[in-house]
Design a binder for this molecule. Structure first.
Ligand SMILES: NC(=O)c1ccc[n+]([C@@H]2O[C@H](COP(=O)([O-])OP(=O)(O)OC[C@H]3O[C@@H](n4cnc5c(N)ncnc54)[C@H](O)[C@@H]3O)[C@@H](O)[C@H]2O)c1
Length: 503
């Protein structure tokens, strides 16, 4: 079977349980502790690099690290790349690549599809995903959620670990998951296997990893919150986190329960999502009133209490901010409240914020249509399809709704992103160079992501990348007033989200 990575490399694979078992047994033949990381996605990839490069005070490597992912077409390439000393996410952080090269040379990092790895673990880190799906964009109150796949994955760990293993859950989960869902499962399976269940330590600590230029550093040089289901789990987690995080400058925070740690994660993301959503109606007000919202924001941010007021933008995407409030809502209404009340309690304000954010790109479509009412047959170029600047991740990108709404009106959609050559969610190719764009027809263009490549473009550079364009929308404060004026002097209409003084 063949697995193709987003880097363009392909890997042929077949599965042999016995050979993998022997290879892994060989791999841990040393005095180091073994850390097994379940899931080599955006979080697991960076964690594996951070843990593999951890050293003691004398400079000795602390851990053998085994990453586990799935042997299927969509994921096998992650295992293969790690075993070649290559990271399994597209990243602009060169230190991540360097960490993989070093770990490969040191021979203390490997990856496998074999769950046998869990039998060798002193510590298991759970970095797999747990999805919750909205039934429809714009109605976050209705979603599909089940623990089944997640529990199946964790079961493969519970069925194999030995006494005295720390299982550290890093997945973003509904608050209460570790205590109410995972602990009973580990205890039941542990008893059936004849383990001393009091020596299996369950804990939760969440990632604040920020894909981008500081990807690896956002794990090793940043604050962490954690808790465990008992004191031994808390202590083991503290020791483990302190071994690869710079806790001198970024001290750890211990919370009283894993439910508190889980709640901390979904609350902090809900808070951010709400801050962004709050700005949307003010953005539209400023546009109507002819006000430059970015100047207003700057004026307000001088107040220390208001420094994190958010700015207008194209939309909110990514795997976390778009869903974490829903996990919290499910927990509140199902895991806890249903036990006490007939009527379900909901996290109304947080869910409304998700709806506002999800629908935000519609506002850019409306702005586009205010200047170009009939989109049928028009060539619309979207600059930036990832969800965040200088990141290649396209999961739940706001560009998706924009693309769909314009395509529905008959527009011919053209895409550019310096970091994305293939947009998996839309199953479509994306241009990565301006030269490729220059050969196309352009009626309108939308700057949708604050990628570094876009920020310093002059009017000349924009026009040579987008020849013939008559309308440009700056949806994320990418174009300066001066460049906008230069473009206007060349006959291009320029509009901007939150830029009432332009519109
Ligand atoms: N992406 C971020 O920036 C970020 C930041 C903080 C927290 N988180 C949270 O961390 C968790 C992981 O997120 P992610 O972005 O890394 O997800 P991801 O989808 O990129 O990675 C998950 C990985 O787990 C693998 N996997 C699934 N089932 C498995 C199994 N049974 N055995 C082995 N591997 C399996 C998948 O193949 C995939 O490679 C999520 O809960 C997410 O909400 C993500």
């Amino acid at each position: 079977m063949i697995s193709r990575s987003p880097f363009g490399d392909t890997f042929e694979y077949s599965v042999s349980a016995t050979q993998e078992q022997e290879r892994l047994e060989q791999f841990v033949q040393n005095s180091r502790k073994t850390v097994v990381i379940q899931g080599l996605g955006f979080v697991g990839t960076a964690m594996a690099a951070a843990v593999a490069n951890a050293k003691d005070a004398s400079g000795n490597l602390l851990y053998n690290v085994i990453g586990v992912d799935l042997p299927d077409e969509a994921n096998y390439w992650k295992i293969a790349r790690v075993n070649k000393g290559l990271a399994s996410v597209v990243s602009t952080d060169t230190s991540l690549d360097a960490a993989y090269t070093t770990a490969h040379a040191n021979g203390n990092l490997t990856a496998t599809y074999s769950p046998f790895a869990y039998t060798l673990a002193d510590i298991v880190v759970i970095d797999i995903h747990l999805d919750i799906k909205k039934k429809q964009l714009g109605n976050a109150r209705e979603y599909d959620f089940t623990f089944e796949r997640y529990k199946e994955a964790i079961k493969t760990v519970a069925e194999r670990i030995t006494n005295d293993t720390l299982v550290l859950v890093e997945t973003t989960v509904p608050p209460g998951t570790t205590e109410k869902v995972l602990k009973p499962m580990f205890e039941l399976i542990g008893r059936q296997r004849g383990l001393n269940t009091s020596t299996v330590h369950l804990a939760h600590s969440y990632e604040r990893v920020m894909p981008g230029k500081e990807y690896l550093s956002s794990i090793t040089n940043f604050y962490r919150v954690y808790s465990g289901t008992d004191d031994a789990a808390k202590l083991a987690t503290r020791e483990f986190l302190s071994s690869f995080i710079n806790t001198k400058d970024f001290p750890l925070t211990e919370l009283h329960s894993t439910t508190a740690s889980e709640m901390s994660k979904v609350l902090e993301n809900s808070f951010r999502a709400m801050n962004i959503a709050f700005m949307q109606e003010w953005t539209e007000f400023a546009e109507t009133a002819g006000v430059n919202m970015f100047d207003v924001i700057q004026a307000i941010r001088v107040r220390p209490t208001h420094r994190n007021i958010m700015a207008p933008g194209f939309g909110v995407g990514g795997y976390c901010l778009t869903k974490d409030s829903l996990l919290a809502d499910w927990s509140y209404s199902t895991l806890f409240e249903s036990e006490k009340h007939d009527t379900q309690k909901r996290l109304e304000i947080s869910l409304s914020a998700i709806d506002i954010n999800d629908m935000m790109p519609k506002h850019t479509v409306e702005m586009l249509k205010s200047a170009m009412p009939d989109l049928k047959g028009k060539h619309i170029t979207v600059l930036g399809v990832s969800y965040l600047n200088d990141v290649a991740d396209t999961r739940y990108s706001p560009a998706e709704l924009f693309y769909d709404l314009c395509a529905k009106e008959g527009a011919v959609m053209q895409l550019h992103d310096p970091l994305v050559s293939y947009w998996v969610e839309k199953a479509t190719d994306v241009h990565t160079s301006f030269d490729a764009l220059a050969g196309l027809k352009h009626d309108a263009a939308v700057f949708a992501v604050r990628h570094s490549n876009y920020l310093c473009m002059t009017a000349d550079q924009i026009l040579s990348a987008l020849p013939g364009v008559s309308l440009i929308i700056d949806a994320f404060n990418i174009i300066s007033d001066g460049t906008a004026n230069d473009l206007r002097a060349r006959g291009v209409k320029v509009l901007g989200i939150g830029k009432g003084h332009w519109n």
